[in-house]
Write a protein that binds this ligand. Structure first.
Ligand SMILES: [Ca+2]
Ligand SMILES: [Ca+2]
Ligand SMILES: [Ca+2]
Ligand SMILES: [Ca+2]
Ligand SMILES: [Cu+2]
Length: 509
């Protein structure tokens, strides 16, 4: 074969093997590249890396919505601490920084531990399980039901008697969920059941907390100097719940607040979705039923959400050895405007042992949610669903007078059960429409002929109708006075006609 032919055969073979330019790993070697395209077309791709302490971390994380644009969400994510203080104050573990879940502490996984998935090796050892799971129902609307998918990646690391299972779930709608599972066996037993639970004779499982921290380096749209972070609270004000936004300009440490449904948002100040809204991700800590506010020596437990400038030396929420020693020191007043920011989130699980935790412990799970907001202009997974336009009933032409009090119900419906928004143009002055109920009401103030147009929309399609509304001026005073006036006019008119008829009859005589 000549050289050209060899090249062509080689290219053809490579393309058969799936090495196409579009799927190539641009930020890491192919063996560290995860590229998942779901059956509905949505896609996640990222690189992974092994670290002795953090275990498997993920880098250059891109989401491509179905029929959408591939954009970077996060530059890097990692678990940042597993802090386990015991109620008897006998020990206070900092498992991640002090022992680590990588290296020899990471187990070789067997294929039956990764059903329908694939095992990914590091240094010849299968340490990472990659699975794609079809969800029960992603959404349902009318007769349309759609199953969604998510990619999950997990490893297993024994630490003492525990096995930790760091798991990352990447959903086809752009959502990310970092999970941490804990199983194995209880670590510590005592005899004093005031700080635990009596499981068997003279055997008290000592209660303890698991404080899990994650470090999330968002680089939305890959531009890393234009990401802003804000806190959103929903406060009760005079019986209404009102949204308030607190933008951060310097590093901050914040607590959860269930009463105001507090969450945080990372927003790109430049990139917009198709509707011109800033692309962003919400960070939601919904496991707020357990909260650790530890002793003064553990100030990193006094808050749940942190924003800091990115610093490679700041790896662990506590027992950090280079740079500051813990999150409380990382938050030292630096500006986060036009800076590379990272956020840290912590969740707490209070583990009061049960008899059922012995001899083998049920896995307990903790997680947080990272959810796209305005990343897309609409639900990208629902664009195959056919929408039925709403229908609106015709309205007969109307005659009214000024000062008339009006209540007019516009009838419309939607066979998909979508909620409808009503809009109206050219209503007689003094009237308005309730945009959600379709009721027109008010007192007419100005005479005239109005061609009223009413439109009802289900958010995708609309229907409209129009009618003439003639408003004549009530002569004087109130409308009831006008009414009696017109009756008098009617009688005099009748009298005139009768007189006329009588007169003509007489003339023809
Ligand atoms: Ca950005
Ligand atoms: Ca700092
Ligand atoms: Ca960043
Ligand atoms: Ca509809
Ligand atoms: Cu536990």
């Amino acid at each position: 074969m000549n050289k050209l032919l060899i090249k062509i055969v080689l290219l053809f073979t490579l393309s058969l093997l799936g090495f196409s330019h579009a799927n190539a790993a641009e930020n890491c070697g192919d063996e560290f590249y995860v590229n998942e395209i779901f059956p509905n077309g949505a896609r996640w791709d990222m690189c992974w890396e092994h670290k002795d302490r953090e275990g498997i971390i993920f880098k250059s994380i891109y989401f491509t919505p179905k029929n959408g644009t591939r954009r970077m969400v996060l530059n890097q994510v990692a678990i940042a601490q597993i802090h386990v203080p015991y109620d008897d104050n006998g020990t206070r573990f900092h498992d991640l920084s002090d022992l680590g879940i990588g290296g020899l502490n990471m187990l070789e996984l067997q294929s039956d531990e990764c059903p329908d998935g694939s095992l990914i090796p590091f240094s010849g050892k299968n340490v990472l399980c990659k699975q794609t799971t079809k969800q029960d129902i992603s959404f349902k609307s009318g007769t349309n039901t759609e199953n969604g998918y998510y990619l999950s990646l997990f490893s297993v690391s024994p630490v003492g008697a525990y096995y930790y299972i760091p798991t990352w779930k990447f959903f086809d709608n752009g959502k990310i969920e970092p999970w941490m599972g804990a199983t194995g066996a209880l670590q510590r037993f005592g005899t004093d059941d005031s700080t635990g639970w009596l499981l068997a004779d003279n055997r008290v499982g000592i209660a303890h907390l698991h404080n899990f921290f994650w470090k999330l380096d968002f680089d939305l749209n890959k531009t890393y100097l234009d990401d802003a972070v804000e806190e959103i609270n929903f406060n009760l004000v005079n019986g209404k719940r009102e949204r308030s936004i607190i933008p951060f300009s310097t590093e901050a440490a914040r607590k959860v607040n269930p009463e105001t449904m507090r969450h945080w948002r990372v927003r790109d100040k430049s990139a917009k979705n198709e509707n011109g809204h800033s692309i962003s991700y919400d960070v939601i800590l919904s496991e707020m039923g357990h909260q650790d506010i530890g002793p003064a020596s553990e100030p990193f437990t006094h808050n749940d959400f942190f924003v800091t400038t990115q610093n490679d030396n700041e790896r662990f929420a506590s027992h950090n050895t280079s740079g500051g020693t813990n999150l409380d020191e990382f938050v030292n007043g630096e500006s986060i405007v036009d800076n590379d920011i990272v956020v840290w989130a912590g969740v707490t699980f209070y583990h009061m042992p049960r008899s059922e935790d012995s001899p083998h412990m049920d896995a307990h799970w903790s997680h947080l949610k990272i959810v796209p907001r305005d990343w897309n202009a609409s639900n990208t997974l629902s664009d195959d669903v056919t929408n039925n336009a709403p229908t609106i009933a015709t309205v007969a032409n109307l005659n009214s007078q000024t000062s008339d009090s009006i209540t007019l119900n516009i009838q419309a419906s939607d066979s998909d059960g979508d909620s409808l928004i009503y809009n109206v143009s050219n209503l007689p002055t003094g009237l308005s429409i309730n945009t959600s109920s379709g009721v027109i009401s008010g007192v007419i103030s100005t005479a005239g002929t109005y061609l009223v147009q009413i439109t009802v929309s289900d958010g995708q399609q609309s229907a409209s109708t129009q009618f003439n509304w003639v408003v004549s001026a009530a002569s004087t005073g109130s409308s009831s006075g006008g009414g009696s006036l017109s009756i008098m006019l009617l009688f005099s008119l009748l009298g005139l006609i009768l007189f006329n008829v009588f007169f003509r009859f007489k003339n023809n005589d």
